[in-house]
Design a protein around this ligand. Structure first.
Ligand code: HEC
Ligand code: HEC
Length: 288
């Protein structure tokens, strides 16, 4: 069936869309032409580099991790002496970890679910369902990327911001093409390497869907499901333990607080041991 690849085609468009559109737009509209300063501003020399904007390169993913690292510090600091402990501080931090972990469990879980649905559809050779599941799967990748990619990876630059502020989101937006450039080079972090692996699996799924190759689809979908489900479950355990921690803090019940805390940070550490880049000292501190 010709339309078999549409689902995964959409996957790649969603993932690649901004980047490839960006390159096309850039070719038509050189950045220097678009980045004309607003009239109310003092005229800059045409080739002056636009001011940098830290928002563009900050990774929301790393920021969430750092915040989740600050939280355990607060918990340990306030939990060490029941007599003087500020249980409210423990509660707020535990709830924050729980909230963030819950979001990650949801985002990874949605990808896992998409892969599982795809496998079932392939096993039953229900190709319409398979296309629909492939669309959901690709959207699940995109859902996390819009939330957790540095804006520059999504195509935003100071030129884009400048143009949008002056003219709004015009069709000729000069996207950075950062994503396409990245894919042309080797991945730089363990996280990116993991993502590349998933991206390759998506390509295999796309080809299998096009050929209606049920067996290849089941194999690739199973692989993707297993990988994502494991991560979703790990985040689910962080969430559950953080929520229990909060409950114990609310009741000023210190003995089980320590135990729950230790079980929670074991999850952080287990996942990190597979990611060499987590900088030294950024694993959550042990209870004292
Ligand atoms: C829970 C969040 C999340 C999910 C789900 C997710 N990604 Fe990612 N993805 C990220 C983050 C974070 C990065 C790294 C951004 C950075 O480098 O700062 C990334 C980067 C990537 C990259 C670029 C890798 C590189 O070398 O720069 C690709 C390709 C990618 N993801 C594909 C996928 C695919 C395909 C899926 C779905 C099967 C997926 N991702 C699901 C968060 C996610
Ligand atoms: C299922 C996997 C997983 C779990 C669970 C997890 N992390 Fe991470 N963490 C990562 C990955 C992947 C990175 C590397 C991010 C990157 O390369 O951009 C990371 C990086 C970090 C960093 C370093 C951020 C930086 O600035 O480079 C901190 C701090 C951190 N995590 C804290 C935590 C804490 C605290 C917990 C538990 C409450 C936790 N993480 C649970 C996967 C996980």
């Amino acid at each position: 069936m010709d339309t078999g690849s549409r689902g995964i085609g959409a996957v790649l468009m969603l993932v690649l869309g901004a980047a490839s559109l960006g390159l096309a737009a850039l070719a038509k509209n050189p950045a220097s032409e678009i980045a004309r300063p607003a009239q109310t501003h003092v005229e800059k020399p045409p080739d002056a580099p636009p001011p940098s904007d830290p928002w563009l390169d900050a990774s929301p993913f790393r920021l969430a991790m750092r915040t989740m690292w600050a939280d355990p510090g607060i918990v340990v600091m306030h939990g060490r002496d029941p007599e003087f402990a500020e249980t409210e501080s423990i509660e707020c931090s535990a709830e924050d970890i729980g909230r963030k972990a819950s979001r990650f469990a949801q985002l990874y879980g949605a990808v896992a679910k998409g892969a599982l649905d795809l496998r079932v559809a392939a096993a039953n050779k229900r190709w319409d369902d398979a296309e629909l599941s492939a669309d959901r799967l690709s959207k699940a990748c995109c859902d996390c990327h819009v939330e957790y990619w540095p804006p520059r990876l999504r195509g935003f630059s100071t030129q884009v911001i400048d143009l949008w502020r002056r003219k709004g989101p015009v069709d000729e937006t000069p996207w950075t093409g950062e994503f396409a450039q990245r894919l042309s080079k080797a991945p730089t972090t363990a996280l990116c390497k993991q993502m590349r692996g998933w991206n390759d699996m998506m390509a295999v799924l796309g080809a299998a869907l096009e050929k209606q190759d049920a067996e290849a689809m089941q194999t690739a979908a199973t692989g993707l499901h297993t990988a994502l489900d494991e991560i979703a479950q790990s985040w689910g355990r962080v969430r559950d333990r953080a929520q229990s921690l909060q409950q114990f803090a609310m009741r000023a019940n210190f003995a089980p607080m320590k135990q729950t805390y230790e079980r929670m940070i074991t999850e952080c550490n287990n996942c990190h041991s597979g990611f060499a880049e987590v900088p030294a000292g950024f694993n959550p501190p042990p209870w004292r």
